[in-house]
Design a protein around this ligand. Sequence first.
Ligand SMILES: [Zn+2]
Ligand SMILES: [Zn+2]
Length: 244
Amino acid sequence: MELAQKLLSALFPSRCILCRQTVRIAAINPNIEVCRDCYKILPHNDNNCVRCALPLPVDIGSQILCGRCIKKTPSYDYSCSVFRYESDIINLIHQLKFGEKISYARSIGEILLASFESDLLEKHGAPDCIIPVPIHDRRLRGRGYNQSIEIARVMAKKLAIPIAYDAVVKKHSTLAQSGLNAKERQKNIKNAFDVINVENYKHVLIVDDVVTTGSTVNEIAKALKKNGVDRVGVLSIARAPVKN
Ligand SMILES: [Zn+2]
Ligand SMILES: [Zn+2]
C-alpha cells in the first residue's frame, strides 16, 4: 500500500458497509469497505454451474453443467457470479439500487474485480470492453444512476479497458423482470436489445448486479454475437437459484 493511502486509512478508518464497525482487517484489499469477518460469512457462490454460474447443491462437484445449460447452451461463453442472491447480499444490493448507497459500488466493484482477476482473467483473457446491463430510461430517471455502470467503472479503471456505454440499446420497453417466472422473463426480454458500435470488440464482458434466470444477459450476448463479437463473458454480484 502506498504511504499516502496508509496515512489516509489510519486517519480516517473506513466503516464496514455490513456491520458498520471500523474496518480493522479489510476483506481482500484496503479499498474494500467490508471487514474480513463479514466477508467470510457472505453467501459465496462456491458450487455453481460451470457455464451459467447457477448455484448448485454443495455435493455435486465442479465442472458440472446445470440442467438448463445441458438443454440449451447459453449464448455467452463463460460467467461468474460471486455470491448467491441470499441473506446479506440481498440487503446490500437493495441498498445499492434503491437506498442511494451509490458509494457501495466502489467496494462491490473491487470485490468483483478481485474475483475476475483470480477466477476468469487467466482462463479467458482480458476483455476488450465492459458492457453494463442497461436499465430502463424511466427507471434511470427515477434513480439517477445505473448501479451496473457504477460497478463497471471501478473495474474498467483498474483493468484499463473501456466501458461501451451505448453499445447495447433497449429497442422497446419491457415489463420489469421481477415478478415474472422464467418462461415469462424469456418472452418479455426476447429481441429487446439492439447492439451498435461493437466492430472494435472481439471479447466483451457484460456486468450486471443480479442475474436471476439469465435471460437478460443471454439476450444481450446473443445480440453481441450477431454483431460480430466472438467471445462474451458475464460477471455479476449475485445469482439467484431458479425457482421453476
Ligand atoms: Zn463488518
Ligand atoms: Zn448452467
